[in-house]
Design a binder for this molecule. Structure first.
Ligand SMILES: *[C@@H]1O[C@H](CO)[C@@H](O)[C@H](O)[C@H]1NC(C)=O
Ligand SMILES: *[C@@H]1O[C@H](CO)[C@@H](O)[C@H](O)[C@H]1NC(C)=O
Ligand SMILES: *[C@@H]1O[C@H](CO)[C@@H](O)[C@H](O)[C@H]1NC(C)=O
Ligand SMILES: *[C@@H]1O[C@H](CO)[C@@H](O)[C@H](O)[C@H]1NC(C)=O
Ligand SMILES: *[C@@H]1O[C@H](CO)[C@@H](O)[C@H](O)[C@H]1NC(C)=O
Length: 345
């Protein structure tokens, strides 16, 4: 069993841990990537860069990696997650999110959830349909901004072959609103000899200039999958943290019962991540920055609605804990905000 213990942040700092389960010296010497059963190998580590403790500047909402690039009904923020070696979860968003007074939720049934896919580029022999939803983030206090999301689509592709490359498009074909073609590879079947080649483990990511460095580094290293271990977008602190020229939330709204979390940051994050997540499956788990309390005592809405995780496949009753296999590794994803019993609520 492969086990990773993480201590998530208790400070509002951006610390990032990336681990690539691969030894570059080995590849150069042997021209192939060894599996973990050939180990143990000497770990390659990097000294923590204390400049990261100083924090980093938020990427502005109009930054080119955060702005919407497609017309309203076209898919964006495309992301994959592993369901099993023979199935893949595909998620994306259509339509425009709204923020401000009098937001009206979109009707999720107005845009279909289709994935066209096949083993050759441009040849989509299979079509799978899925579900769609919208969520709102509402604040019962004058002056805070209510938000309602675009239409969030989730589709599960089943009957795939393990360790195979698939080409896909997602969207609504009747509206002629399909995405461009993307490609992914299914993970190997459970076996003591087959492993995902490289696994990127990252948490406490945020959406800052340092996040850009981290993500570009990950893209360069071409991981087979990403474990995203909590504290994803930091939407809950955008513009309301104080310092760094941001307004002080508690000064501006001393009586507000809860702190506003700026949901458009999630959409920016989804766009920022898409070049990676449209081809590399990302397995998320929640951290404290995903709590995001809102009206009615509702929490974790963005986390639970935006991301697909293989809960059902692993017999979990919650997206706060689940498990999956990728080659000879059984992954247990345990979030810290739920009891791990059979009801999981
Ligand atoms: C993180 O970002 C800040 C500016 O936002 C920069 O000064 C610092 O060098 C960056 N750190 C690294 C390790 O890239
Ligand atoms: C983003 O907005 C800021 C402030 O309004 C402006 O100064 C900057 O030029 C804009 N950047 C881009 C890329 O549009
Ligand atoms: C936001 O939604 C809450 C809950 O429905 C409501 O009480 C509040 O008035 C709304 N705020 C605005 C500015 O529309
Ligand atoms: C958990 O179980 C309840 C009751 O059986 C069910 O309604 C709900 O959809 C389940 N949730 C998940 C995430 O599986
Ligand atoms: C699971 O834990 C929750 C919260 O502690 C509790 O309410 C629920 O009864 C427990 N369910 C079972 C089956 O033990």
């Amino acid at each position: 069993m492969f086990r990773i213990n993480f201590v998530m942040d208790i400070f509002n700092i951006c610390t990032v841990l990336i681990m690539f389960c691969c030894l570059t010296e080995f590849i150069v010497a042997e021209r192939r990537i060894p599996s973990t059963v050939e180990g143990p190998f000497k770990p390659v580590t990097h000294r923590f860069d204390p400049s990261l403790r100083r924090g980093s500047d938020d990427l502005p909402m109009n930054h080119s990696r955060l702005t919407k690039k497609v017309p309203s009904i076209f898919p964006e923020q495309i992301a994959l997650a592993i369901s099993s070696p023979t199935s893949m979860l595909v998620s994306w968003i259509t339509g425009d999110a709204q923020i401000g007074p009098n937001v009206t939720p979109l009707d999720p049934s107005t845009v279909a959830s289709e994935v066209w896919y096949g083993k050759e580029s441009g040849m989509y022999h299979f079509i799978q349909r899925g579900v769609s939803t919208v969520y709102s983030q509402l604040y019962p206090f004058e002056g805070l901004l209510n938000y309602t999301s675009g239409i969030i689509h989730h589709v599960k592709l089943e009957g795939l072959e393990p360790s195979k490359r698939y080409y896909y498009k997602c969207g609504d074909s009747t509206l002629s609103a399909m995405s461009k073609e993307h490609v992914f590879e299914t993970v190997p079947l459970p076996s003591p000899h087959m492993f995902p080649k490289r696994i990127a483990v990252v948490g406490d990511l945020g959406l800052t200039s340092n996040t850009t460095t981290t993500i570009d580094h990950m893209i360069e290293n071409d991981p087979a999958m990403i474990l995203m271990v909590g504290d994803l977008s930091y939407a809950n602190q955008y513009l309301t943290t104080g310092g760094k020229g941001a307004p002080c939330f508690s000064c501006a709204f001393p009586d507000a019962p809860i702190r506003e979390t700026y949901q458009p940051r999630w959409d920016g994050w989804g766009r920022f991540m898409e070049p990676l997540t449209a081809r590399v499956p990302m397995m998320v788990i929640e951290g404290n920055h995903e709590i995001e309390p809102q009206a009615g005592g509702i929490t974790f809405k963005s986390y639970t609605e935006r991301f697909s995780v293989p809960s059902e496949e692993s017999g979990s009753n919650s997206s706060f804990y689940y498990s999956f296999n990728a080659g000879g590794i059984h992954f247990l994803m345990l979030g810290a905000y739920v009891d791990y019993n059979s009801t999981g609520i």
